[in-house]
Structures are given as structure tokens and as C-alpha cells.
Design a protein. Structure first.
Length: 88
């Protein structure tokens, strides 16, 4: 079965290129190792572009929590993304 059968008109990776809504994802990066972690919200809530301040606060909170766990310095940041939509 080819990828066109799995995802229809989408790209081979399953990304629907017609989606234009973008969101913000709070993340934190370890300044020693370079490891990056992101927040996980199992309720499906997303930060819109208008909610940048709230997303940045959550990223900073994530960085502080990771510093407390690892004792390494972490920096919080926000990444803009377009969600993919899988078909099948």
C-alpha cells in the first residue's frame, strides 16, 4: 500500500499542507547538554499566537522545574508550529 493510500492528498509524512492555523508550544532547553523538553497538555488545550505571554510564562515555569530536577541551567522558550492532521 503506497503512501497515497494512507494519507490521501497529504504529504508522505501525513502533514496536511492546507492548514494555516499556528500555535505556540512552550519548551525548555538544557544549557549544558542541549536537551530540549516540551510541555504536554493531555486536555488538548493549545496556546494561540495571541497568548504568547501565557505560553512564555509556562515555558519559564518548565525551565525552573527542570533546573530543580537536574541542577543544570535551563532556558524557557516558545516555538511556533502548525499542527499536522493525519488521515486514515
Amino acid at each position: 500500500m503506497g503512501m497515497d493510500k494512507l494519507y490521501g492528498p497529504c504529504t508522505a509524512s501525513g502533514i496536511n499542507n492546507s492548514m494555516t492555523t499556528q500555535y505556540l508550544l512552550p519548551k525548555a532547553r538544557n544549557l549544558v547538554t542541549g536537551q530540549t523538553v516540551k510541555t504536554q497538555d493531555l486536555t488538548g488545550n493549545r496556546f494561540t499566537l495571541d497568548q504568547r505571554t501565557i505560553a512564555e510564562e509556562q515555558a519559564e515555569r518548565l525551565a525552573r522545574n527542570m533546573e530543580n530536577r537536574t541542577r543544570d541551567p535551563w532556558v524557557g522558550f516558545v516555538e511556533q508550529y502548525t499542527p499536522s492532521q493525519r488521515r486514515g
